[in-house]
Design a binder for this molecule. Sequence first.
Ligand SMILES: NC(=O)c1ccc[n+]([C@@H]2O[C@H](COP(=O)([O-])OP(=O)(O)OC[C@H]3O[C@@H](n4cnc5c(N)ncnc54)[C@H](OP(=O)(O)O)[C@@H]3O)[C@@H](O)[C@H]2O)c1
Length: 426
Amino acid sequence: MQYKNLGRSGLKVSQLSYGAWVSFGNQLDVKDAKSLLQCCRDHGVNFFDNAEVYANGRAEEIMGQAIRELGWKRSDIVVSTKIFWGGPGPNDKGLSRKHIVEGTKASLKRLDMDYVDLIYCHRPDVSTPIEETVRAMNYVIDHGWAFYWGTSEWSAQQITEAWGVANRLDLVGPIVEQPEYNLLNRHKVESEFLPLYSNYGIGLTTWSPLASGVLTGKYSKGVPPDSRFALENYKNLASRSLVDDVLKKVNGLKPIADELDVPLSQLAIAWCASNPNVSSVITGATKESQSLRVAKGTVPGFRLGHTKSRVELFTRSKQSRYAADLGDIQEVHGGGINMSTVLPGTLQLLWGMIFGDYHEAVNPALSKGTQEVSADPTVPSPANDNLELGLHSTNLARIFGPRLKRGYTREGAALEVFWEQTLGKY
Ligand SMILES: NC(=O)c1ccc[n+]([C@@H]2O[C@H](COP(=O)([O-])OP(=O)(O)OC[C@H]3O[C@@H](n4cnc5c(N)ncnc54)[C@H](OP(=O)(O)O)[C@@H]3O)[C@@H](O)[C@H]2O)c1
């Protein structure tokens, strides 16, 4: 097992780690948890992830009791928890100073620990000023309840804002972000977050490397009765995850894993671990055979490197595949385009191209100019309405480059025609 610094911090985390979501409390009791935790430990895993919301707090109790009964030395392990959803009351959730302090104390009690090594803001809270959250996280650290703090599923813009506050107030900023990252979901880690790694030394502990098990291939022929998606509470997640496009990608990846002579799960986890900005890949497992496989396994770098371009073919986002297929429009002239006149689907598509692989491949120079724009088109931000930041049609022409054939001058028209002509095919 390799140990990597968590971003620019001095904390060393195992490249593969183990988290309690879904399994602890829903699928595993203390006895099962103990054997899985020990199995991970035996293979060098030192980092274990949790959250106040997992099984409504039960996951923290199980992890705490299991670690106590296993008799591990506290300084040998790194334990994290996450604060955001602590209960039904209006002050039991979010990132107010009140909930951060009360939530942290309650988590420590359930874990039966004096401190966690890492504490995350489990989601952004748009109803609380970021300054209040940064100050509260520093309070938690100053009291010794956590050593470092981080975020989970925040945007690059929100993390940048938190760092702005921390620098202005001479406080500690977030050292880590915990995003979803797997072969089916790569945009944030590989595009949006790029400036965060060098500007703030942000490390990543990434979640769902197997997309909840989909990237094992086990759902290709239906839902096995002893699997996550068979659980009543996770039926919604199952219906969102098990869609044709995803299953097609998984089927396309399987022969590549076969050629490498590894299970698809190993290829998927190795892919995440091979990203140098990922400090630790948080895995999940409900059986020892799964966690052993994970622990045994990364695919040797050169073999993975060899197949990377083939893996790309199956995992690039739909948007970049559309972009690669562009051949109908040659040139875009004219003034800026008013975002509000553009079809939502087109907006998403365009966003994917501008922030996604295609954009990087065609025009890396633009990424700097567009960093301040939220990559999520559903998030209202002043920047999203301001096409000067990268969606001005001259930039559009630069982005689409020689593939564009026709010119449109009317606001919005280029995008709408583009939408009809290219997406109509799919
Ligand atoms: N910050 C966040 O918002 C957030 C969100 C989600 C997760 N996380 C963290 O990330 C951790 C990992 O996420 P995850 O559990 O979704 O990871 P994952 O690796 O995508 O999925 C793990 C699940 O896949 C199945 N599986 C794993 N290996 C397998 C194998 N070899 N063969 C067949 N099935 C296999 C198991 O479920 P079954 O056996 O039940 O099918 C296992 O529990 C969580 O525990 C949590 O700590 C964080």
